[in-house]
Ligand binder design. Sequence first.
Ligand code: ADP
Ligand code: MG
Length: 342
Amino acid sequence: MNRVPNRVLLPLQIDAVAPVWGAATHRLDGQTMGTGWQVQWVATGPAQAEPVRAAVQQELDLVVNQMSTWLPSSDMERFNRADAGTQHTVPDAMAEVLQAALWLADVSGGAFNPAAGALVNLWGFGPSPRYTDAGFVPPTDAAVQQALACNDWRSLRWDAVRRQIYQAGGLRLDFSAIAKGYAVDRISQSLAAMGLHHTLVDVGGELRGRGLHLSGQPWWVDLETPPLLAAQRLPVTRLALHGLSVATSGDYRRVYTHDGVRWPHTIDPRNGRPVAHGLASVSVVHPECLWADAWSTALTVLGREQGMALATEHAVAALFVQREADGTLTETMSPAMNALAG
Ligand code: ADP
Ligand code: MG
């Protein structure tokens, strides 16, 4: 980190954990969910690398086995393939994520939609076909209409007592916009349960920090910014990731261009098409990474004006980066994000 920050975000609450002087920083990484993970922890004594790796792998395996759309044997894929008119019991972790996702689907008017899997696949962002496959072309309007007809999250008839959902026919769940954040939370909690209170956990760029860095400083991270246009430098926003998580949704990763049109991987499930209102990125800071992850996608779909209104109503700390008509980038912060900036 050799850039000078233009803006510093600080948590509103400081945890009562003492730094561990004379300790060392340890680091492990690996691959999961089509992306990378990394954990760092500060501890005295032996590194405990093997127990840490085992704990991380256990949490990742649990999330993937229940919620991956890439694993045919996952609970989610078995539901996605199920016959119309069938009832399914959801395992605990998947139920927890589903409950959160359904709440956000309701409050965002379906901008965030955990039942948008058919649309996600259609646009080439599911397991198959992939937008990177040779000869892949965006879907026809008729195909979009067909997928739109089976993406109503309310048709799941979520029964929180029995933990059951209903397959109305052709509905496909997809938790890709929330499961990485949830995995980060589980790993962070699992490490804390092992007595590791100074940790930085990253799954695919969604981050959660606890306690302090070796230096006694918080874990400082710079918010991800869209690739810079030659003429413009965005301010560097540096965040003290202390008891906080951060996620950034962007239109510049996993995106393809067909006949001169850019198709990013965030879909507006209300019209069945990739979002196209010029938001370059949305970063959300929240104590829990599940919420940072899911909100960043919800706000991306809503766009700056509606997104800002919803973020304000729910006290969500969000930073919007908009591509203006002249190609420049403009930043806007929600009130809760402003509060972190002092
Ligand atoms: P980002 O980092 O840009 O937020 P994520 O990986 O968190 O990206 O989420 C994007 C993925 O979420 C897509 O690849 C797709 O599987 C799924 N998705 C796309 N649009 C929506 C939506 N409106 N609601 C819920 N999930 C979505
Ligand atoms: Mg997300």
